[in-house]
Design a binder for this molecule. Structure first.
Ligand code: GLC
Length: 532
């Protein structure tokens, strides 16, 4: 890495879903002191930074993505002192802390929204949100046909202070998450206050939630999209990816530029390369989340295309690539790739692919343990997706089950309280951090080795060369490292080179199915991969 590369250009961000990481006060929900107490683990793993999912004040309808006060910590997670303690302790270990920022909407409990309800139509208080009169007789129909990403209509009608049914407000997510009006300068001013509040406390930047949201198509025209889910490509959807969103990102960037090393990484569900890259212009986001690997099947050709496309997109603006296989919104990759031993083998293989790629990576807590999604009973589900879809979609709770740290039974050292906010499966006894640290063959040991080797490779930029490979495999060379993935059913010959690490046992010079390998130094790899 050249000396002037920003710290995040090859960083390993470790995503801490605070509810599920470590509970210090025995209420069955993770918290900030719990994270601080586990920082040595993150150091051992080799994380450069933490991305903390929302820990600000919230009624927790969407587990913190419904923010009632963006400049204070929710008591469930601790308080401002706990956040300061965490930042200090992290810095002592050379780990940076980044936080989630939720600018598209607030909680309905936010004092602004409460004031808007009381103030009535055409008030300055309502102008901070998107209130409209309804259509049809007595305004009984929603202002347009927009639907919520979580299911159901994107509009809810309020009861006016006089007790009559009145205006409607827009919420692209849950009804308890009203969308802010980004045509209102007060909304910008308040965001700046929030950014500086946390940056002044030593936070190194933000993961920006729904960063392609916020701005809405002028006039709020009806939508015509068939697919409407988290991570759907917005296409011509008037709810997302509207040109004026870039002004918001330029605004955020101007504030961040006042702070050395501050980074903004946006959650941008936009898959057109040019449109995605537009968010990464030099005066907008530093990094854009790249969901292409998450959305791609375990199939060599498709994976290769996803990688090529990802690199081509960021190259349009000379920006840094990012990679992720998992987060708190998607099925864990062990499950996505087929579950059981096969799913785990594939997830490990894909971890090597991801960690070999140039740029920054995001590892979701528990990914390094090889955790799979948990099949939870209906009665414990909490995700608004489950409720708003009328039980048709199970939602995201299955990937949010607390981390197993130690011991032989739930709550596995996560908490002193057996009644954890989501139940933990007894089968995780063999997957605890404690157990895996002591086992050189474990997924955790494998991740630690991979992250250590990765740190030894110092390249930046997007240089990646494909090497000829059998149809079911992919092989690429990047900065003196060769990565080979066998996604097929037959063993393939390993490329030449010294084997640094494999995701599973090798058979002689052959790479078994569902296995990846890292090799160095590179001698001749071009003709090495042949089918037996
Ligand atoms: C983002 C978050 C998700 C949340 C949604 C609404 O997609 O990752 O968890 O539900 O935004 O804020």
């Amino acid at each position: 890495m050249s000396d002037d590369s920003p710290w995040w250009s090859r960083a390993v961000f470790y995503q801490v879903y605070a509810r599920s990481f470590a509970d210090s006060d025995g209420d069955g929900v993770g918290d900030l002191d719990g994270v601080a107490a586990r920082l040595d683990y993150l150091k051992l793993l080799g994380a450069d930074a933490i991305w903390l999912n929302p820990v600000t004040v919230s009624p927790m309808v969407d587990h913190g993505y419904d923010v009632a006060d963006p400049r204070d910590i929710d008591p469930l997670f601790g308080d401002l002192d706990a956040l300061d303690r965490l930042v200090t302790a992290a810095h002592q270990r050379a780990i940076k802390v980044t936080m989630d920022l939720v600018p598209n909407h607030t909680s309905s409990q936010h004092r602004w929204f409460q004031a808007a309800l009381v103030a009535g139509a055409d008030s300055t208080q309502r102008d901070r949100y998107i209130f409209r009169d309804g259509r049809g007789d007595d305004g009984a129909l929603p202002p347009n046909n927009w639907v919520s990403v979580f299911g159901g209509p994107a509009w809810t009608r309020v009861t006016e202070p006089d007790g009559n049914p009145g205006q409607w407000y827009l919420h692209l997510f849950d009804a308890e998450q009203p969308d802010l009006n980004w045509d209102n300068p007060e909304v910008f001013e308040d965001l700046e206050r929030t950014l500086r509040f946390w940056l002044d406390r030593g936070v190194h930047g933000f993961r920006i939630d729904v960063a392609h949201g916020m701005a809405k198509a002028p006039g709020l025209p009806d939508m015509e999209v068939a697919e409407n889910k988290l991570f759907s490509d917005p296409g011509d959807d008037p709810r997302f990816n509207v040109e004026s969103v870039h002004e918001i990102h330029r605004f955020i960037r101007r504030v961040l530029d006042d702070y050395d090393g501050a980074v903004a990484v946006g959650e941008v569900w936009v898959y057109d390369n040019a449109q995605f890259a537009a968010y990464l212009r030099h005066d907008e986001l530093h990094l854009g989340f790249n969901f292409r690997l998450v959305r791609t099947e375990y199939e060599a050709r498709a994976l290769r295309d996803a990688i090529d496309n990802s690199l081509a997109a960021v190259a349009l603006e000379g920006a840094t690539p990012t990679w992720t296989l998992s987060n708190h919104d998607v099925e864990r990759e062990v499950t996505r790739y087929g579950g059981g031993a096969t799913g785990l083998a594939r997830a490990r293989a894909m971890a090597l692919v991801m960690l070999a790629l140039p740029g920054a990576v995001f590892v979701y807590n528990g990914e390094e343990l090889g955790l799979a999604n948990v099949d939870l009973p209906d009665e414990v589900l909490q995700d608004p997706v489950w409720f708003r879809s009328g039980g048709r979609e199970r939602g995201r709770d299955g990937c949010r089950v607390p981390m197993p740290w130690s011991g032989e039974q739930p709550p596995f050292g996560f908490s002193d309280n057996p009644d954890t906010w989501l139940p933990m499966p007894p089968q995780w006894a063999s997957l605890t951090v404690e157990r895996q640290l002591g086992d050189p063959g474990s997924t955790l040991s494998f991740f630690r080795r991979a992250l250590k080797i990765r740190r030894g490779f110092t390249g930046t930029g997007t240089e990646l060369q494909w090497v000829d490979a059998p149809a079911d495999a992919l092989i690429f060379r990047v900065e003196g490292l060769v990565c080979a993935l066998n996604a097929g059913a037959e063993p393939i010959a390993l490329p030449d080179g010294d084997v640094l690490l494999t995701s599973g046992p090798l058979v002689g010079g052959w790479l078994p199915p569902d296995t990846a390998a890292w090799l160095a130094p590179v001698r001749s790899v071009s003709s090495a991969a042949r089918c037996p």
